[in-house]
Design a protein around this ligand. Structure first.
Ligand code: ZN
Ligand code: ZN
Length: 501
């Protein structure tokens, strides 16, 4: 149950690290010590094998290596062996855990960008014809995502200008901020200041110019914003559970992103979700009973949406991203950042504690959950033309990926769009007023039932009417699309009798 086709999502990273380890070893030569007790981070043999999460980088406390500092007694970067480590050049920087004691700023940065670029290329996240929308919250993770996507675009632009035939277009980039001030009000002074800061950040990126969208959550309702505001406020008022409110906010955020992407011709949504956030999500989903759908949320690609969502920072830790912002003086916007609450808040502080005790905990949690088999929509959908197919096949060969074999889920939760375990038997074509409450109950996952839906069945129908229509039609659309896909795949599968003959 925990093994299977997911291996391909795991292996490229292992391969990547093995490559780094090998090249590092070549450079380090005899300096690499093979002692089993060495905690120097010198890339001895212990790091090249793994699967088992026992043999991981040294245990560290307070961001300082516990290895006694024997790894860089000269204070030089273990990679380039020339520059001083970040700890030496930026003594005030407390972020970054062990990395600050191992790498110089340049090597740290190129490592981080390397992780991003590898995730993008090995999962075909961005192609030259794409128009990508970066979801920007103002926080460090999405700030780095925006920066890296921008740098990638600039590089593509340079290549385009240098090429004679100019055949490959440069992908476009836009930025969207989802304004949730109707749900969690901020003072108009803070609000204006923060929006201005974001505009400046986007405008400061070199050309090609990037469109910046401020999208109020209520825009998912209709064009009439006052009506939308009222309904949104009423909807949140109807959710009594504090965790439920926060989860619903996350689902509406995704709907808003999908809406702005769709309306403005974007083909991918880039999220800044990093290892640390995914680690929290894994534990949260475990507590909330979302085991069946968990694998869907933690992959590099989530194409269950009309506009596929990609997570190029999936392998980066939040402390690394924080440090990158400090080292590169990337401005972040704090006004809208609020502490998480309920179950999510408890788990965030729990994971933070675990990470302080051992800096590989977050990666371990994500790697462990990564053993779950992803869904068929956890890859960029193959386009119909031959070029696309060829490219996909080449990539599958290069990274040893297996083509998707699993069938799409039959139904999705009405609220969170997570795959539902059992077909719930509701007639999928009739999401209209007057829907029986039992039907609504049957079209939602157990987590949404418990955390979000009103406990009183007589309130259910009114609650359903408060949901944005895009939510209810989305559930229907994805069911229809996937039913079509299921039928197509089913036709191609060997039946038992074919196989046995
Ligand atoms: Zn270096
Ligand atoms: Zn749900």
């Amino acid at each position: 149950m925990f093994a299977g086709p997911l291996e391909y999502f795991h292996n490229p990273i292992e391969v990547y690290f093995c490559m780094i380890v090998k090249s590092e070893k070549k450079k380090i030569g005899k300096m690499a010590c093979n002692s089993a007790t060495c905690q120097s981070g010198c890339y001895g043999d212990e790091h090249s094998v793994d699967e088992d999460d026992q043999k991981r980088p040294p245990v560290q406390e307070d961001g300082v290596s516990a290895g006694g500092g024997n790894f860089n007694c000269d204070g030089l970067c273990i990679k380039c062996k020339v520059n001083e480590t970040i700890a030496a050049t930026h003594p005030a920087v407390s972020e970054g855990g062990g990395d600050r004691g191992r790498f110089c700023a340049d090597c740290f940065r190129s490592n981080l960008f390397g992780k991003f670029r590898f995730a993008v290329t090995s999962n075909a996240m961005i192609s030259s014809s794409d128009n990508v929308l970066v979801a920007f919250s103002g926080g460090p993770s999405s700030r780095v995502a925006l920066q890296f996507v921008h740098e990638m675009q600039q590089k593509a632009q340079k290549n385009f200008e240098a090429s004679r035939d100019r055949l490959l277009p440069v992908f476009g980039v836009g930025v969207a901020y989802i304004d949730e001030s109707t749900i969690y009000p901020v003072s108009s002074h803070d609000y204006d200041g923060a929006i201005n800061q974001m505009k400046l950040i986007v405008a400061s990126l070199a050309p090609p110019a990037k469109q910046f969208f401020v999208v109020p959550t209520q825009s998912i309702y209709s064009h009439d914003s006052t009506d939308g505001k009222d309904r949104l406020t009423e909807l949140f008022g109807a959710v009594s559970d504090i965790t439920g409110k926060e989860d619903l906010q996350v689902h509406l955020r995704m709907l808003s992103l999908q809406k702005v992407a769709l309306e403005n011709g974007y083909t991918k949504v880039v999220m800044g979700t990093c290892t640390s956030q995914i680690a929290c999500h894994v534990l949260e989903a475990t507590v909330k009973g979302q085991g069946f759908s968990l694998a869907a949320d933690i992959q590099y690609v989530d194409a269950r949406w009309k506009i596929p969502v990609v997570l190029p920072l999936r392998d980066c830790l939040s402390e690394e991203l924080n440090m990158c912002c400090i080292l590169d003086s990337l401005k972040t916007v704090e006004a809208f950042q609020r502490p998480r609450s309920g179950i999510n808040g408890l788990i965030s502080s729990f994971v933070k504690l675990l990470q302080e005790e051992n800096p590989s905990r977050e990666s371990t949690i994500v790697r462990t959950a990564g053993k779950l088999t992803p869904f068929c929509f956890n890859r960029i959908p193959e386009v119909g033309d031959n070029n696309g197919c060829l490219a996909t096949k080449r990539r599958q060969k290069k990274y040893n990926l297996k083509p998707s074999e699993s069938l799409p889920p039959e139904s999705y939760c009405l609220i969170c769009n997570n795959p539902l375990k059992k077909p719930n038997g509701t007639s999928s074509n009739h999401f209209h007023d007057g829907r029986a409450s039992s039907e609504i109950y049957a079209s939602t996952c157990s987590s949404c039932q418990y955390q979000i839906l009103p406990k009183d069945p007589t309130l259910l129908e009114n609650f359903f009417l408060l949901l944005p229509q895009s939510m209810t039609t989305l559930a229907k659309d994805s069911r229809d699309n996937h039913k079509l896909l299921r039928d197509q795949i089913q036709d191609c599968l060997l039946s038992d009798s074919d196989d046995g003959a």
